[in-house]
Design a protein around this ligand. Structure first.
Ligand code: ATP
Ligand code: MG
Ligand code: MG
Ligand code: MG
Length: 478
């Protein structure tokens, strides 16, 4: 089943069950505590928090999501993308577990001819939270799941909250068994690669108080209980298309195969190259979607997320092809073409998307040309002295003079079997920041009319080049 058809079926199913279809919000989160939207419930957060009242009691959506914290997993696991889409149904004080669970089961298991996804129930496992007997009973008695395929999971896996006082509650997840060739028996508790998580049902049941992490008091039951569910569209597509991983599904797969063609690779021949091809396919698509939503490459926040994934794709393409040829224009066109059925607006934005991505590719080529020589010399010097640690001073110079993001230096060093003295690097960065701040302060001292000088100061170009300072140490999504 094609990805576009999965979307139609999902929304159609919940619409028929009385849900209002809500279009995806932009990837750029309205929520000031987030940079980019990491889950389908984000646009509905004010409703769950009781800050606003929706005009509907139940809703369904396919939300565009970005999870930068999963970036290192991309291509290595079968199931983590940076950009993905979350299929969801939501209840705002309307139905609760007794309906959410049977609805999910009906949709995934009912035959394709009847509008469902036709997954064999024998292949499905479910998890419930440790003390959630109610959910377990519904799965067992109302739905008829074999008790042997129901597992209890702890707080880390199956308890949901928003990180702040407010609603919280247990989750219940549906997993698909890919078969013995993917790992050991024993359900999701035993092997999360063989048993792939497809759908998370969140039951907002309680009100929580202050606390850190998962350690907080439960203040009581919520007067109005809510449902928030999220199913990964790409994961469901991988299951329904019978492919090994999400990068080989109809949409991402097109970019993957084109990247293989362009770089003279045979996908499936070599594990390391396969991972790089998957990274390229994933990242190009994420870049297209980010630019489509108005993000521009930059050194901070969402702009830095975009820059990082674009630069990572370029680096991988260079390693794969052994050339410094430009491939992104071609791959961007393929990605837009693959996504246009679900996002027809991408066609209108194609020129802008190409313009932004092409420019970043050219700029990065210049950066790389200049910095790679310096990097090579420093790496050689390190080795000649019998060292295995690339110095923080060299990493800093690469950053300061050539705009090399630290993760690029880390990656290039790792390829040569070197580590990087990151502590020293950070200290130098901090020192530069402090100096810049002190300078700025000194210049303002004694000047009554600060605004006048502030302008001059900027034009003179001596404002602090803080570069990637604020975002590179952590993933940029909080
Ligand atoms: P996992 O344990 O596999 O990392 P998760 O528990 O972090 O997934 P949830 O936060 O429960 O995921 O999100 C709901 C659903 O969204 C998941 O069940 C999965 O189908 C999908 N999903 C989550 N993260 C990703 C990702 N990085 N790429 C693709 N789909 C994802
Ligand atoms: Mg995860
Ligand atoms: Mg999980
Ligand atoms: Mg989950």
């Amino acid at each position: 089943m094609e990805t576009a058809e999965i979307v139609r079926r999902f929304l159609g199913f919940f619409e028929k069950k009385g849900h209002t279809v809500v279009p995806s919000a932009s990837l750029i989160a309205e929520d000031p505590t987030l940079l980019l939207v990491p889950a389908g419930m984000v646009p509905f957060k004010p409703y769950f928090l009781g800050q606003r009242t929706p005009s509907y009691d139940t809703a369904t959506s396919v939300q565009k999501c970005i999870r930068t914290k999963d970036i290192e997993e991309v291509g290595k696991t079968s199931r983590h993308a940076t950009f993905f889409q979350m299929l969801g149904n939501f209840s705002f004080g309307d139905y609760f577990k007794e309906r959410a669970i049977p609805l999910a089961w009906e949709l995934v298991t009912s035959p394709v001819e009847e509008g469902g996804f036709g997954i064999d129930p024998e292949r499905l496992w479910v998890t419930v939270y440790l003390d959630d007997d109610e959910a377990e009973r519904i799965w067992r008695e109302d739905v008829g799941v074999d008790p042997e395929r129901i597992q209890r999971m702890g707080k880390e896996e199956n308890y949901w909250d928003m990180g702040v006082p407010g609603p919280c509650g247990p989750c219940s997840e549906i997993f698909y068994d890919r078969g013995p060739e993917y790992g050991v028996e024993g359900g999701p508790a035993a092997d999360e690669n063989r048993y792939i998580e497809i759908w998370n049902l969140v039951f907002m049941q309680y009100e929580r108080g202050e606390g850190s992490g998962k350690d907080y008091p439960i203040l009581g039951e919520l007067p109005k209980k809510n449902i928030d569910t999220g199913m990964g569209l790409e994961r469901l597509a991988a299951v329904l298309q019978g492919v090994d991983n999400i990068y080989e599904t109809d949409i991402i797969g097109r970019v993957l195969h084109r990247a293989a063609e362009l770089t003279g690779s045979v996908y499936g021949d070599d594990h390391e190259r396969d991972v790089m091809l998957r990274v390229v396919a994933d990242h190009v698509r994420s870049a297209v979607m980010l630019v489509g939503d108005g993000v521009k490459p930059g050194n901070e926040k969402a702009g830095y997320v975009l820059r990082r994934i674009l630069r990572r794709s370029i680096r991988n393409l260079r390693l794969l092809s052994g050339t410094d040829a430009f491939f992104l224009h071609d791959l961007t066109a393929v990605s837009i073409d693959a996504m246009k059925d679900i996002y027809p607006d991408l066609l209108d934005k194609a020129d802008v998307v190409h313009g932004v991505i092409d420019t970043e590719e050219r700029n990065f080529a210049d950066t790389l040309r200049a910095g790679t020589t310096l990097f090579g010399r420093a790496a050689e010097r390190t080795r000649a002295q019998g060292g295995t640690v690339f110095s923080g001073a060299d990493a800093f110079q690469l950053h300061d003079t050539y705009g090399f993001p630290i993760d690029l230096t880390l990656e290039m060093a790792a390829e040569q079997g070197l580590s990087v003295d990151e502590t020293a690097f950070r200290e130098l960065m901090q020192r530069q920041r402090d100096t810049a701040k002190a300078d700025a302060k000194a210049k303002k001292l004694g000047n009554a009319d600060i605004s006048l000088y502030a302008g001059l100061h900027e034009n003179a170009g001596d404002t602090d080049f803080l570069g990637y300072s604020d975002t590179e140490s952590e993933s940029s999504v909080r």
